[in-house]
Write a protein that binds this ligand. Structure first.
Ligand code: ADP
Ligand code: MG
Length: 379
């Protein structure tokens, strides 16, 4: 396996620019234990950071250009240099993510020109939020070069503006807040409306359990998928009921037929987050399993954002002994998680591989996710 980290990213920078970077910043991907499609409804989420990260090595430039390079499969890919003064939405491909952050920070009067070299090991398009790990690491790098300290809440908001207004993905606050604020050995209980956070100890291993991530390798696109449609449906429901967000509703009754299942998902999912937090606090980890499975059923049947590969991953894992399983992330592909008794892990993996093969799906990638540290400066 290739070794990726702050040192190798600094070396890649030196190889490309002939000098050491001024610093290296990094930010993790995330798994959301529960609380899906609740963030843009002002609700509750419970993510934890994964060990896979994105690193950004950066140095200032005096000519107002942003240069971007990324190490992809061991070789360096460079993007067209961008002039900050004329930077505007419309940048294509991967460069849009760091460019969007530079664009937002320039509007704040923060960004100057910079050379950025990126490396990372968060799988792309797997629902583990490689895009937000890249955006958060970029934001920390550009802030660091400018010597500006900003609150996590501000950075999260700027990154959201970059995804929404520059990249064009109508995502909420979950992913970047997780990447910024999660800490090792904890899940982050976040009330998106108030911004209130609680670090909840989360140590599955101590309970003889593992969180197995099953990356279906079906890649999704939050720019083109039904994500925006679901979000618009929720906003319409809130508008019809005269409330700020679906978070404020306690029943779907009386809403138009097509909006009822969306609202039902959000109401029940918020309740499942609160129940999961209560179970974690009282060390009743095994009882979380059924909540994960109920979340999956709700995302599949009410919110309708699952896909055959995610359904097969969840059901095969459960049949082989997982206590519960669910899709994570926006849906339409990406990853599922399963809460697995450690002694059954090999059986569950085998069962998932066999079920995928039987359906003619490509082999999924699996790993155990252990809560890791959030974003910061490495070098
Ligand atoms: P997810 O966030 O679930 O991984 P997205 O589609 O939101 O999926 O974001 C994936 C995209 O983010 C990639 O296709 C790529 O454009 C960009 N990206 C993420 N990490 C990197 C990286 N290390 N180098 C270049 N681009 C990256
Ligand atoms: Mg993303």
């Amino acid at each position: 396996m290739k070794s990726t980290g702050s040192n190798s990213t600094a070396e890649a920078f030196a190889g490309l620019h002939g000098v050491a970077p001024a610093g290296v910043w990094s930010a993790p991907g995330r798994v959301n234990l529960i609380g899906e499609h609740t963030d843009y409804n002002d609700g509750f989420v419970l993510p934890f950071a994964i060990p896979q990260r994105t690193w950004v090595a950066a140095a200032p430039r005096s000519d107002g250009l942003i240069t971007l390079a990324s190490v992809v499969d061991g070789s360096v890919v460079t993007a067209q240099p961008l002039d900050l003064a004329s930077l505007a939405p419309g940048v294509e491909g991967w460069a849009a993510y760091p460019a969007g952050v530079a664009w937002v920070l320039r509007q704040q009067g923060i960004t100057g020109g910079a050379d950025l070299v990126i490396d990372g090991d968060v799988p792309h398009g797997s629902g583990l939020s490689s895009s937000h790990s890249l955006e958060v690491a970029t934001a920390l790098g550009l802030l660091g070069l400018a010597g500006v300290e900003a609150s996590a809440a501000d950075i999260a908001k700027w990154v959201q503006q970059a995804e929404n207004d520059f990249v064009g993905a109508p995502t909420g606050l979950l992913d970047q807040t997780a990447s910024l604020c999660c800490t090792a050995a904890h899940a982050l209980f976040l009330d998106v409306r108030s911004g209130q956070q609680e670090q909840v100890p989360f140590d599955a291993a101590r309970h003889g359990l593992e969180v197995l991530v099953i990356d279906t390798r079906v890649s999704h696109s939050l720019v083109t998928s039904g994500y925006a449609e679901r979000r618009a449906g929720c906003e319409e429901a809130a508008r019809l009921r005269g409330v700020a967000a679906v978070r404020d509703l306690d029943t779907e009754a009386g809403l138009p037929d097509e909006l009822q299942p969306l609202v039902r998902h959000v109401i029940t999912e918020n309740a499942r987050v609160l129940d999961t937090v209560a179970l974690l606090r009282s060390d009743r980890y095994e009882e979380i399993g059924p909540l994960l499975s109920a979340s999956h059923a709700s995302l599949r049947d009410d919110y309708r954002v699952s896909c055959p590969e995610l359904d097969v991953a969840a059901s095969a894992a459960e049949k082989a002994g997982a206590l519960g399983a669910r899709m994570i992330g926006g849906g339409f592909g990406g990853s599922a998680i399963a809460l697995v008794p450690a002694p059954l892990r090999a059986d569950v993996e085998q069962a998932v591989l066999e079920a995928f093969a039987a359906q003619g799906f490509g082999a999924p990638r699996m790993f155990t996710a252990i809560p890791a540290a959030g974003a910061g400066r490495d070098l």
